[in-house]
Design a protein around this ligand. Structure first.
Ligand SMILES: Cc1cc2nc3c(=O)[nH]c(=O)nc-3n(C[C@H](O)[C@H](O)[C@H](O)COP(=O)(O)OP(=O)(O)OC[C@H]3O[C@@H](n4cnc5c(N)ncnc54)[C@H](O)[C@@H]3O)c2cc1C
Length: 818
């Protein structure tokens, strides 16, 4: 066995072998090795049903699946190994309007990434699927380009393609442990000897947690039991075959939570049942191979019944076999593909519940990332660092079972799943709840999304359209923009970077100039090496050698791991995690100064406390850092305080503010207000897919300040010409639905861009969207069309910040002291 390699892939399922193939394709063939403890495909891969759904609501996963399906169509020709790809299409039935809305929203994403989607009436369904009972159908959509494949053959094709490019596969080679040499190199220990390597890819399927534990990582993957039924042949399917008729497409009744496809003139029925339990909670037996569990027919019954109702022929055939196998899951149901945290050169390709479909795209992007240093598509949706330490074993069990049971639920844009909640709460949680808060969850934290008042039920109302909470946020915006509002942002990620090397290090990490005076604040972006935006930080200079960094709560592990990667290793810079010890309350609105002035002795006038500065002040007897910034475009302060004193501040604010009309507001009101200010957000407007200049961030980029991460690439990208430009759009004529993001922007029927976000601006009284568009169209006044839930609306490019473009409210220009 080889003793050295550049990359060792652990796991010979379809996911690992695809990663090996793609590394070999990138030219690393002679230097890549795959280790499989038993035979290739002996984990979950061999028993998969082989479906290749292009459908996915996530922009990242949608692109991964698209790549896979295209590649699988070419693999047989390239490798000579048949893969059994039947491109029969995939029909999804809708039994209600919300489901149709989901399909329309998906179709918009599909259009922006170039995936074909057609819509069908019930009669058209019948033509394509004559054995389908169309009673109760509202409509359907079809992905004509997907179908199903033979998973084991696909894996063998990848293996053949990888070997042909020099890659090595060792079967029956169990990875027992992983150590790290002083040089940083990994030493992979097997019963057949050790291999030293630069990179490891963990693609160990149901063993993900054990493999992670070898390097001290707690991987947020626990599998769930998943079953499907194979039936005896049906005479009608036999007749169709004999008559040379095409095979029926995959049929999915999402509302009944099952799929059906043809298999040897019989059927395969695959349900996603409620109550399917997690399995291998402490890992499978090290020796497990080709393992199946005892079937649970009772759990299958409601789905069998639903399928019989929809396809009566299904009731006419006998059950041949039930497969019940382990399917890897994460709390949100998407895989984790990318670098691990806290360790270098350890890559995760785990948690795949649609692994046959995702294997191609995941391998492609990992190979790009490892060989070229960056992925080429925005991978946030599958980013391993989107989970944190809060994802303990008990949490994973609850959430992964929920994710499995939710596969066929309608994925509303404002969906907030209930399992394992509340988990992390700010001290003011109960007070917010008493004020009517309806919470959402980010990175385990409960955050008020909106407030139910005036007799409104204190519960969410998910929809693709304006729903009950539309009225609630109208009131919150109204109060925040005329009186004063309080928002809990304790979930922000916070840390301190200090030490003699802190300033030089941060200056290299971010593209903006650091604040030069103590107390100064700057909005700073850490680019990736290609000039896209990776992370956004508000940086406060505490002293010449100490900086306080705040970033999005959901991205805590990602942002902090990014900092760690670039931090000098000589001890000159120290990182301190502050997220859990500091709470944040935002006080915003024209009366925010009046309110705060009653609870602090410090002078908050425009002269004494300028916009975009911060000060250490005392509020209600508590030492806080007050920053005169906010994300809603009103006069206001963020109060960063010791978390244990939060309620002291909270109570003082609400007591002092009673006469000023102080009221809480939530994340959804904040999002509406940030749209009106054209404020960008990481993950939508700011992404590694767009250059920082395409996101129109020139104000925050200082190419003349000296070298910084991504500078050369950014300038080269700009010089070569950019393909997109971020614009704000006003959407005309909408009734009950606004843009949600991922909407196609078209001109004369041709896609010219995509909306990255959207919603209603209550202060501007306009339906708005932010979006990327071809630069030649990024001129105020340009008219395009935007697709919202299947309908096209006129949209005009407008100047940035349709509300208060001169920032007069933030600066409070009417203040007598100005
Ligand atoms: C019933 C069922 C139906 C499914 N249907 C579909 C479908 O229709 N479409 C779809 O896209 N997906 C489907 N899936 C999911 C799909 O099977 C998985 O997502 C996919 O197989 C995952 O592949 P993998 O390579 O990540 O994992 P696996 O196939 O489990 O491979 C992991 C490999 O790692 C090896 N390994 C682990 N630890 C070590 C170690 N220490 N040393 C060496 N080797 C090690 C294991 O032996 C194993 O071979 C289905 C799953 C089930 C259970």
């Amino acid at each position: 066995m080889k003793s050295e390699a550049k990359v060792v892939v652990i796991g010979g399922g379809v996911v690992g072998v695809s990663a090996l193939y793609h590394l070999a394709k990138k030219g690393w063939g002679d230097d890549v090795v795959l280790l499989e403890k038993a035979e290739l495909t002996s984990g979950s891969t061999w028993h998969a049903a082989g479906l290749l759904p292009l459908f996915n609501m996530s922009y990242s996963v949608g692109q991964i699946h698209k790549y896979s399906v295209k590649l699988y169509g070419e693999l047989e020709q390239e490798t000579g190994q048949a893969v059994g790809f039947n491109r029969v299409g995939n029909i999804r039935l809708a039994m209600n309007q919300d489901r149709m809305d989901e399909y329309y929203q998906y179709a918009a994403t599909a259009k922006t990434i170039g995936v074909r989607v057609n819509f069908l009436t019930p009669d058209e369904v019948l033509k394509l699927w004559p054995m389908c009972n169309i009673d109760g159908l509202v409509g359907a959509m079809v992905n004509p380009d997907d179908g199903y494949i033979q998973p084991a053959d696909l894996t063998q094709a990848f293996a053949k393609g990888a070997r042909a490019r020099g890659a090595t596969i060792y079967r029956n080679t169990h990875v027992l442990d992983i150590e790290q040499a002083a040089s940083g190199a990994w030493i992979v220990k097997t019963e057949k000897g050790d291999i030293q390597c630069e990179h490891i890819i963990s693609a160990s399927g149901n063993y993900a947690r054990q493999t992670g534990a070898m390097v001290g990582l707690d991987i947020p993957v626990i599998p769930v039991e998943h079953q499907y039924i194979v039936t005896e042949p049906h005479p009608e399917l036999r007749r169709r075959k004999a008559a040379g008729l095409p095979e029926l497409g995959v049929l999915r009744e999402s509302d009944g939570s099952w799929y059906l496809r043809e298999e040897n003139s019989g059927f395969i029925l695959g349900p996603y049942e409620k109550g399917a339990p997690c399995c291998y909670v402490d890992g499978p037996d090290p020796k497990a191979e080709y393992e199946l569990f005892q079937e649970d027919i009772e759990r299958l019954e409601p789905h069998i019944e639903a399928a019989m109702n929809r396809v009566p022929a299904f009731a006419e055939v006998g059950m041949k076999k039930v497969y019940n196998g382990a399917i890897a899951y994460t709390p949100d149901g998407n895989p984790i593909v990318g670098p691990a945290w806290d360790v270098d050169n350890f890559w995760l390709n785990e948690g795949h519940s649609f692994g046959i479909t995702a294997a191609g795209g995941a391998g492609w992007q990992l190979a790009e990332w490892i060989v070229d240093g960056e992925p080429t598509i925005d991978m946030l949706g599958v980013e391993p660092r989107r989970f944190g330490d809060y994802a303990t074993k008990d949490y994973l069990i609850e959430k992964n079972e929920e994710a499995y049971a939710s596969v066929f639920e309608i994925h509303y844009p404002d969906e907030e799943r209930p399992a394992a909640r509340p988990l992390r709460i700010a001290p003011c949680y109960e007070r917010m709840k008493a004020l009517g808060a309806v919470f959402g969850q980010k990175f385990g934290w409960e955050r008020p999304n909106f407030f139910a008042t005036d007799g409104m039920p204190q519960e969410d109302d998910w929809s693709f359209r304006r729903s009950r909470w539309f009225e609630a946020i109208a009131k919150e915006v109204q109060n925040t923009s005329t009186n004063v509002g309080v928002l809990d942002m304790t979930a922000f990620a916070k840390c301190r970077i200090a030490g003699p090397g802190a300033e030089a290090f941060l200056d290299y990490l971010v593209a903006n100039s650091l604040p030069s005076k103590d107390g100064g604040i700057a909005l700073c972006h850490a680019l990736n090496s290609k000039g896209g935006i990776h992370s956004e930080f508000t940086i406060r200079r505490e002293s010449a050698e100490s900086f306080y960094l705040v970033s999005a709560g959901a991205l805590q592990r990602l942002d902090h791991d990014y900092i760690r990667r670039f931090m000098p290793k000589d001890g000159s810079v120290e990182f301190t995690q502050l997220t859990n010890s500091i709470g944040v309350l935002v006080v915003a609105g024209p009366k925010s100064r009046q309110l705060l002035q009653q609870v602090t002795q410090s002078d908050l006038s425009n002269e004494a406390f300028r916009w975009l500065t911060s000060q250490d002040i005392e509020v209600a007897g508590v030492d806080v850092v007050a920053m005169r910034v906010n994300y809603v475009g009103e006069l206001g302060w963020e109060l960063h305080h010791p978390i244990e004193s939060q309620n002291q501040i909270f109570d003082a604010l609400f007591e002092a503010g009673a006469d000023l009309g102080v009221k809480p507001f939530g994340i959804r009101a904040m999002d509406s207000m940030r749209l009106e200010k054209s404020y960008r957000m990481v993950g939508t407007e700011l992404s590694i897919e767009y250059s920082a200049y395409e996101s129109m961030m020139e104000r925050f980029i200082k190419p003349d300040k000296g070298d910084f991460l991504g500078r050369e690439a950014l300038l080269a990208w700009q010089q070569a010409g950019v393909a997109n430009q971020l614009v704000t759009l006003e959407v005309m004529g909408v009734g009950d639905a606004d843009a949600l993001g991922n909407n196609a922007l078209t001109l004369n029927g041709e896609v010219v861009g995509r909306a990255t976000g959207g919603g209603f601006g209550f202060r501007a009284q306009k339906s708005l969207a932010l979006g990327m568009i071809k630069p030649e169209l990024a001129v105020p006044g340009t008219q395009v069309e935007i697709e919202i839930l299947g309908q096209n609306y006129a949209a005009s490019v407008v100047a940035d910040s349709p509300f208060d473009p001169k920032n007069e409210r933030l600066r409070d220009v009417n203040d007598a002291n100005v």
